[in-house]
Ligand binder design. Structure first.
Ligand SMILES: Nc1nc2c(c(=O)[nH]1)N[C@H]1C(S)=C(S)[C@@H](COP(=O)(O)OP(=O)(O)OC[C@H]3O[C@@H](n4cnc5c(=O)[nH]c(N)nc54)[C@H](O)[C@@H]3O)O[C@H]1N2
Ligand SMILES: Nc1nc2c(c(=O)[nH]1)N[C@H]1C(S)=C(S)[C@@H](COP(=O)(O)OP(=O)(O)OC[C@H]3O[C@@H](n4cnc5c(=O)[nH]c(N)nc54)[C@H](O)[C@@H]3O)O[C@H]1N2
Ligand code: SF4
Ligand SMILES: [Mo]
Length: 702
């Protein structure tokens, strides 16, 4: 019996905490995980860990996790060989594309795709051969407005200014709850301590949220805002900065600032107050407080991106940082200088090169908004989607109007899922190809090292051996590519392992000098607790990729959305709207079958203000029906003073019990799906991003 200590970053959320994992190998050669702890020697995460990381052993050991390819025959699942599976995919997809055209095969990439580097390096090796424009991902139920604003203002969708949380004196958060999510588009392990440190050094934290969230609860100030109306508040803030002379010059070259100022001038704090539900004087004071801080940063996340004016919100956030001199400034918002630079790729530079067939929604970076997926399958005509490939996702529970999507999936000619589980989506697949477990492969975080609050890098070696007969995600894509290229009779370019690709990326990157000393995988392996490459620093001026290399303060696209904003009516009294929430023990649509995480009292009730309950004659703990334009669910309601009156909150990713069918994973806690209520027609019309927050609902006794 031998015990081994492994050091590895957790890949389950954006915080990439360092872990210390102890394994024990028995005389018979079998290895078990003994313990998972935070790695105190990781200078970035400083020993921080959350309950999800401990559940990595549940992913590893889960008897419900698939370990071999499965083919669906009627309602039965049968194991099949890898080669047989690859041949079947090549056969079916080439046949469908020959009959119906290339766009008839669609793809969906779910959230874990960006947490697994093999999927990032190799999924296109196969999917690129399909040459389909019907590509979708979780981006358009998430951060699409962030990318679009950066693309418009700075020339690249990945030039995302990150909060310099460790050096700021004033942090204004809208629609983010890092105490539950552990931070997003801000890789920030140990976020609670970092937020508390702002206050400890005399700074201030302000949270704008329709719920008094866990983060709002530790803030100096919490502001309730009407869901979907943050743009009104932000217009009020920006106009106050302008008309009270609270701006500060930026060192950056800027075009269009006067134009932007004129275009928004009528959206004053006074004019916007009724829409956002914040008194004008409070808006003005918040602007003054922000401007008075030496170093301040305004940050918005999910709550302000997945709403009707998500792109306007993120534009205004950039402008607030810009005009107060906090963009590209220490203690403000700065672009991370990652060891592998994603901003050199061309994929974040395009928008609206084509549109979706049915609703005419714009492409971004080669993808269409996922809210359009179901209608593209269900609407007959040339270009109709007939086959779908899902990769690491569960769009039935994650995208608006999940029931409509189920109906669409049921009618496909062929569906392939690359996923370790039969879930509410993959149950419709003809074939599921499961990859190795996360601890069985190596990992380099290409995504989240790029959006971190310090410049960091780390190469993670596998903790456990890959079982005989299994394939990593990237190897599955290589197998699929070979079979499909063979079928088409095209020659496939040779490929490398993900580690080799990362090594090349590191050597081409900005760290180390040209000789032997360039940062490389070998060099990173000398730093098992990760390597710190320094604090964020100004760099945007030389990275701008816009015409004239100037910050574009007034992109025509953004200005074109102002009439839509102005035309939006003020919410009527008595209207109820739905928003989302996250919990530290839940991870999007999966891991709900791990006792370690779901134990204790349920955490997926509908939260409602006691006044709203009273008005409807409802009581705490009662089963209620929640109804929207697209559907209805039944769920337990919990009275909560945290909620702004007129707003109810329900986490997404639940709803594992689908009407009339068995649970995909028998041991999962069911819950109800927020996306059986969200509306595929409610969008941020500019980007096509889903408006998952601010959905009109009615609540009554079940
Ligand atoms: N109403 C509402 N809806 C939302 C949100 C919200 O706030 N409110 N949030 C949205 C956001 S931000 C996101 S990102 C999406 C997330 O939604 P999805 O994109 O659907 O992602 P997950 O739910 O994380 O998908 C999990 C699936 O990935 C599989 N998986 C895990 N690891 C791997 C791996 O390494 N390889 C492979 N091949 N598969 C793997 C799991 O088995 C599981 O089936 O949901 C969105 N939906
Ligand atoms: N434990 C855990 N961590 C996660 C995830 C998870 O599922 N579980 N998911 C990961 C993913 S995929 C992502 S994208 C990130 C997201 O990370 P965050 O952006 O921090 O997401 P949430 O925790 O959903 O916080 C969104 C907040 O917005 C508020 N909100 C809703 N509507 C509005 C609105 O109209 N205006 C304003 N101002 N606020 C609003 C909600 O009340 C909520 O407090 O979290 C990641 N981390
Ligand atoms: S916060 Fe939790 S899930 Fe996220 S990286 Fe850290 S340990 Fe993993
Ligand atoms: Mo996300």
């Amino acid at each position: 019996m031998t015990k081994t200590l492994h050091h590895r970053a957790c890949h389950l959320c954006e915080a990439i905490c360092g872990l210390t994992i102890e394994t024990q190998t028995e005389a018979d050669g079998s290895t078990q995980i003994r313990s998972i702890k935070g790695d105190a020697q990781d200078t970035f995460s400083r020993g921080h860990i959350c309950p999800k990381a401990v559940a990595l052993q549940d992913i590893q050991n889960d008897p419900d996790r698939l370990r071999q390819p499965m083919r669906r025959v009627g309602s039965e699942w049968q194991a099949i060989d890898w080669d047989e599976a690859f041949a079947l995919v090549a056969e079916r997809l080439s046949e469908i594309q020959t009959r119906h055209g290339q766009n008839a095969v669609a793809t969906y990439h779910g959230n874990p795709s960006v947490h697994n580097y093999g999927l990032m390096t190799h999924s296109n090796y196969f999917l690129g051969l399909l040459k389909t424009r019907s590509r979708f991902s979780a981006t358009s139920v998430d951060q699409l407005p962030h990318h679009l604003v950066s693309q418009q203002m700075y020339g690249h969708g990945f030039l995302l200014p990150i909060c310099d949380i460790d050096h700021t004196d004033f942090m204004l958060i809208l629609g983010g709850n890092p105490l539950a999510s552990n931070g997003s588009i801000m890789t920030v392990p140990d976020v609670e301590k970092r937020l508390k440190a702002i206050k400890a050094r005399g700074g201030k934290l302000v949270v704008v949220d329709p719920r008094r969230s866990e983060t709002a609860a530790i803030a100096d100030q919490h502001v309730f805002v009407r869901p979907g109306e943050d743009a009104a508040l932000l217009f009020g803030l920006l106009n106050t900065l302008f008309d009270e002379g609270l701006t500060r010059a930026s060192h950056l070259p800027v075009a269009g600032l006067d134009e932007a100022r004129q275009a928004i001038a009528s959206f004053t704090a006074e004019a916007m107050s009724a829409r956002c539900g914040v008194p004008a004087e409070q808006i003005r004071q918040l602007a003054r407080d922000f401007a008075a801080a030496d170093k301040a940063v305004c940050y918005g996340r999910m709550g302000v991106s997945t709403q009707a004016f998500g792109t306007l919100c993120h534009w205004l956030i950039q402008l607030i940082n810009l005009v107060t001199g906090n963009l590209d400034r220490e203690g403000g918002a700065l672009c991370t200088e990652a060891a592998i630079d994603l901003t050199t790729s061309s994929s974040g530079t395009h928008f609206d090169r084509w549109r979706s067939r049915v609703s005419g929604l714009p492409e971004y970076a080669g993808e269409l908004p996922v809210a359009a997926l179901a209608e593209e399958v269900l609407t007959p005509g040339e270009g109709q989607i007939r086959a779908l490939i899902t990769v690491a996702g569960n769009p039935v529970l994650s995208t608006p109007n999940g029931r409509q999507l189920e109906q669409a999936l049921d009618g496909l000619e062929f569906m392939l899922s690359i996923d370790p589980y039969i879930n509410e989506t993959t149950r419709y697949a003809d074939l599921i190809l499961p990859p190795t477990g996360p601890l069985e492969h190596d990992h380099y975080d290409m995504t989240f090292n790029s959006f971190a609050v310090r410049n960091v890098a780390r190469f993670n070696q596998p903790v456990l051996e890959k079982p005989v007969g299994t394939l990593h995600d990237w190897e599955i894509f290589v197998g699929l590519a070979k079979a499909f290229a063979g079928k088409l009779g095209v020659e496939l370019k040779p490929t490398m392992t993900p580690a080799q690709i990362v090594d090349r990326g590191l050597r081409a990157g900005r760290y180390g000098d040209e000789s032997e000393q360039k940062l490389s995988v070998v060099k990173l392996l000398e730093h098992p607790h990760g390597i710190d490459l320094g604090a964020l620093k100004p760099n945007l001026a030389e990275r701008l990729n816009t015409p004239g290399r100037q910050v574009q303060a007034a992109p025509a696209l953004l200005l074109s959305d102002l009439p839509r904003f102005a035309a939006q009516p003020v919410a009527k009294a008595g209207e109820l709207v739905l928003i989302g929430r996250r919990h530290v023990r839940s991870n999007n649509s999966w891991m709900h079958n791990y006792h370690r995480l779901v134990k204790g009292k349920p955490r997926h009730q509908l939260l409602m203000n006691p006044e709203d309950l009273l008005q409807r004659g409802l009581s705490d703990g009662q089963l209620v029906q929640v109804r929207s334009r697209v559907g209805a669910i039944e769920v337990e309601v919990a009275a909560s003073e945290e909620m702004m009156p007129g707003v109810v909150s329900l986490p997404h990713g639940w709803g594992h019990a689908r009407p009339g069918v068995q649970l995909a994973i028998a041991s999962a806690q069911p819950g109800a799906s927020a996306n059986d209520l969200t509306d595929e027609r409610q969008l941020d019309a500019l980007s096509g991003n889903a408006a998952l927050n601010g959905v009109p609902v009615e609540v009554s006794a079940a």
